[in-house]
Design a protein around this ligand. Structure first.
Ligand code: FAD
Length: 433
């Protein structure tokens, strides 16, 4: 697929015997954590079981938005947008980072009221977000004034080309001194007296003082295998890209029917929120109670069914350090896109954005999204595994927030002052009464 990320790490090197910190996972979180650490001069090795950005971090829509975020994420998201801008300036590669603003257009008064409520809750942060009148909303995408009830625009929001962006950041990390290893699955952690002493990979062990687990959807099975329970599930989503099309707006636009993001190749990445599918796997039963509110309120459009993953990669629970692991079995989670859902999304997109009429879809793909019960990431220490910092559960909006989470994880792992209060991200917050 044209979204396939390309990272050239240079000549093959043997695994180091030791590093100060090992980062597990080469998505946006792991790569930006490694980049940050390398810039600080901390010896860091990153192990990725497949390719850099082979999972969610190349399959997403590419929105880097503050608009609509949970207020708990906003301070870190401001850091994250600043980091994106800095990385964009430093990278010799154009990875499509643009400040085109992000707009949401409301089809009715109820949707508009939801946006107004969010704007009121975000007011203390003095963001650039503002409401659009019905006329402004229509005008933004070249429609008449009566098409939408109104909308919201955040002019400072960004977008980028995910399959180009994360490999470009990995190249920056590599140049800054991070040792990056692809096709290197970490099977488990080595512990000494309850403390992290190293990692065991499929190619051998690396001794280290500290580990950052940035494994996306794999964080839960990885920790379950070590006897720790993590409230994190995965939903399947999908997107498509079109052939080049006339301009719709300078940045991404969302509506209930379909959301679009302008691509560097002149086409659009198209998707729809709430179009994910939740597969029943054993972990769903284990964490049923914690996810119940989310399932009721947020996943009402999600179709529940026993999926092929039930006994598959994310479903299997136990392996030993000397055994072939599920992470080697599944180098990249690559679920087939639901074409029926995508056909509906494309029809919706063409009705909302006339610029897409007659423009064909040229590629589609699926992705597994890791979710927590409150859709806010899990970042911080894990009880009983001293020296481990978890950085996962980015809940479908972690491309934009990824550099902020990578920074926070690097700060916590090295005992530096955190850029934002880590309390809202505490990994044990669902276990408290
Ligand atoms: C269709 C879709 C649309 C989305 N749209 C947006 C959007 O517009 N904006 C936004 O902000 N977010 C969006 N997201 C969400 C965003 O992509 C994710 O939140 C983000 O990429 C998560 O990054 P990550 O680094 O945590 O995980 P991932 O990108 O999944 O990376 C984890 C990596 O860890 C590796 N790994 C796991 N376990 C091991 C192990 N034991 N050893 C070695 N390697 C391991 C995996 O192979 C993987 O490459 C979207 C997601 C999807 C699927």
């Amino acid at each position: 697929m044209s979204n396939t990320p390309e990272f050239q790490p240079g000549p093959d090197r043997p695994l180091p015997e030791a590093a100060e910190i090992v980062v597990i996972g080469g998505g946006v979180v792991g790569v930006t954590a490694a980049l940050t650490l390398a810039e600080w001069g901390v010896p860091v090795a990153l192990c990725e079981k497949g390719r850099i950005a082979g999972e969610q971090s190349s399959r997403n829509w590419g929105w880097i938005r503050i608009q609509g975020r949970d207020p708990r994420e906003i301070p870190l998201m401001l850091e994250s947008q600043a980091l994106w801008r800095r990385f964009g300036e430093r990278s010799p590669d154009d990875f499509g980072l643009r400040q085109g603003g992000i707009a949401y257009l409301a089809e009715d008064e109820e949707e508009l009221a939801e946006r107004e409520d969010w704007l009121a809750s975000a007011r203390p942060f003095q963001l650039s977000s503002r409401m659009l009148s019905a006329a402004e909303a229509g005008e933004l995408i070249g429609r008449d004034a009566g098409r939408f009830a109104g909308g919201m625009l955040t002019p400072t929001d960004l977008h980028a080309e995910p399959a180009l962006a994360v490999p470009a950041l990995a190249r920056l990390a590599s140049e800054a001194g991070a040792a990056i290893f692809e096709r290197t699955a970490v099977r488990t952690l080595e512990l000494a007296g309850g403390r992290v002493a190293g990692v065991v990979t499929e190619h051998g062990a690396i001794a280290c003082r500290s580990v950052i687990l940035a494994g996306g959807a794999w964080c839960r099975p990885f920790l379950e295998n070590m006897g720790r329970s993590l409230p994190q599930l995965a939903v399947r989503s999908q997107a498509l890209r079109t052939a080049p099309a006339p301009a719709i707006a300078p940045g991404p636009v969302g509506t209930r029917s379909a959301s679009v993001r302008p691509r560097l190749d002149g086409g659009y990445t198209v998707g729809r929120v709430h179009a994910a599918r939740f597969d029943l796997i054993p972990a769903a039963f284990a964490h049923f109670r914690k996810f119940l509110p989310l399932y009721r309120d947020r996943w009402r459009f999600v179709r529940l069914r026993f999926g092929p993953e039930f006994f598959g990669a994310l479903g299997r629970r136990r392996w030993r350090a000397d055994q072939f692991s599920p992470m080697e079995q599944a180098r990249a989670l690559d679920p087939p896109p639901d074409m029926r859902v995508l056909d509906g999304i494309l029809t919706g997109a063409r009705s909302v954005y006339p610029q897409l009429q007659g423009v064909p879809a040229v590629e589609s793909w699926g992705g597994m999204i890791d979710v927590t019960p409150d859709e806010v990431p899990l970042v911080g220490p894990v009880a009983g595994l001293e020296g481990l910092t978890l950085a996962g559960g980015l809940s479908g909006h972690g491309f934009g927030l990824g550099p902020g989470i990578g920074l926070l994880a690097a700060q916590l792992a090295t005992g530096r002052d955190p850029a934002a209060d880590p309390a809202p991200f505490a990994t044990d917050r669902f276990d408290r009464p």
